[in-house]
Design a protein around this ligand. Structure first.
Ligand code: SF4
Ligand code: SF4
Length: 323
């Protein structure tokens, strides 16, 4: 049985809505999600769960956490009150308007014990956010004495030569810097086969029969807590398997397969088990359909089950499947 009893390292998802719809986004964040934000009570619950399972520091991410400053400050207060330290807060810098406001915002965040800001700089982000906002946040960060953690520094340096007021598509960057260079840099960027990356990077290569032959065992990834996340809805996301959810109150004990049939099947039998289960409900890929990874087939089957109204508490949040 799947048992998540010790949390190693992870983060809190305060919101799924975002200014951007990056093509690689593991959580499919975008402006089209509900404008829900983690409440202080839910944050307390998440931090108490972390402590109960042995984890005393986390990062904060989204969505874009800074889109609701009061909400973010409440979450940080809850962390402080619970004795949880914040490793860093992630940002895409979209909220930057001018230096003075950015400094004032970051001073409030720093005042609640945050010393590092993970600032995104990548071709995916640059499609939505002009680089001048990233530069502005990095400067404000240094001004207030916070450490900017550039993700990635290589892209941050590369973009110095661009017009900072413009947004660039990946195609634009390939023309400016050369296709090979951009593709090589993207290939060394951390991209996980989940969320929107499935459509962007993992949509071809194997038939479902080949994947079922190749992956015979269960998905042990579901029990990996080295990069866990908990979200604003009280869900724990097992492994990096976005779109799967376990209620935080069910952590620390074996998961009941009758409550979590999909997670249990995936953990015990992997995509072969889920294929058997989904097939019994009428799932069958169209002829010639290709997948780039086992997680692509898994998501296709889960989307089918979601549309059938199956086990919706573990196929969550619902916008992950709807938007
Ligand atoms: S990767 Fe970050 S900035 Fe991009 S859509 Fe996802 S949450 Fe938003
Ligand atoms: S196949 Fe599904 S359960 Fe297994 S690792 Fe991929 S997303 Fe997770």
């Amino acid at each position: 049985m799947l048992l998540i009893e010790h949390l190693l390292s992870g983060g809190i998802i305060t919101n799924y809505y975002c200014t951007s719809s990056c093509r690689h986004c593991l959580y499919r964040c975008s402006p089209y999600w509900p404008k829900d934000y983690m409440t202080k009570e839910m944050a307390r619950n998440a931090f108490e769960t972390c402590k109960r399972l042995g984890c005393f520091s986390v990062h904060i991410g989204g969505g874009e956490p800074f889109l609701n400053l009061q909400g973010l400050l409440s979450v940080l207060e809850a962390a402080r009150d619970s004795g949880i330290s914040i490793e860093y807060v992630e940002t895409n810098s979209s909220w930057f308007t001018d230096a003075e406001k950015a400094v004032s915002i970051l001073e409030k965040v720093k005042g609640l014990g945050v010393s590092t800001l993970l600032v995104s700089a990548s071709p995916f982000h640059l499609e939505f956010i002009p680089f001048k906002k990233v530069l502005g946040v990095v400067e404000a960060c240094k001004y207030v004495g916070m450490k900017p953690f550039l993700w990635t520094e290589a892209f941050f340096n590369l973009f110095q030569g661009l017009d900072p007021s413009k947004r660039y598509t990946i195609h634009d960057l390939e023309i400016i810097f050369g296709k090979d260079k951009i593709r090589q840099m993207i290939s060394s960027y951390w991209i996980h086969p989940g969320g929107r990356a499935l459509e962007t990077f993992f949509d071809s290569g194997f038939t479902f029969e080949e994947l079922l032959e190749r992956y015979q065992g269960g998905c042990q990834e579901l029990s990996d807590t080295s990069h866990f996340h908990m979200d604003l809805y009280g869900n724990y996301i097992p492994g990096l398997c976005s779109g799967l959810a376990v209620e935080t109150k069910d952590l620390g004990k074996p998961l009941d397969p009758s409550k979590y049939p999909i997670c249990s099947i995936l953990y015990e039998e992997g995509i072969r088990g889920l294929f058997r289960y989904a097939s019994s409900k009428g799932f069958m890929p169209s002829k010639g359909r290709q997948y780039g990874a086992k997680c692509s087939l898994c998501f296709h089957m889960r989307s089918f089950l979601f549309r059938q109204g199956e086990s919706l508490h573990e196929l969550a949040p619902n916008s992950h499947y709807k938007i």
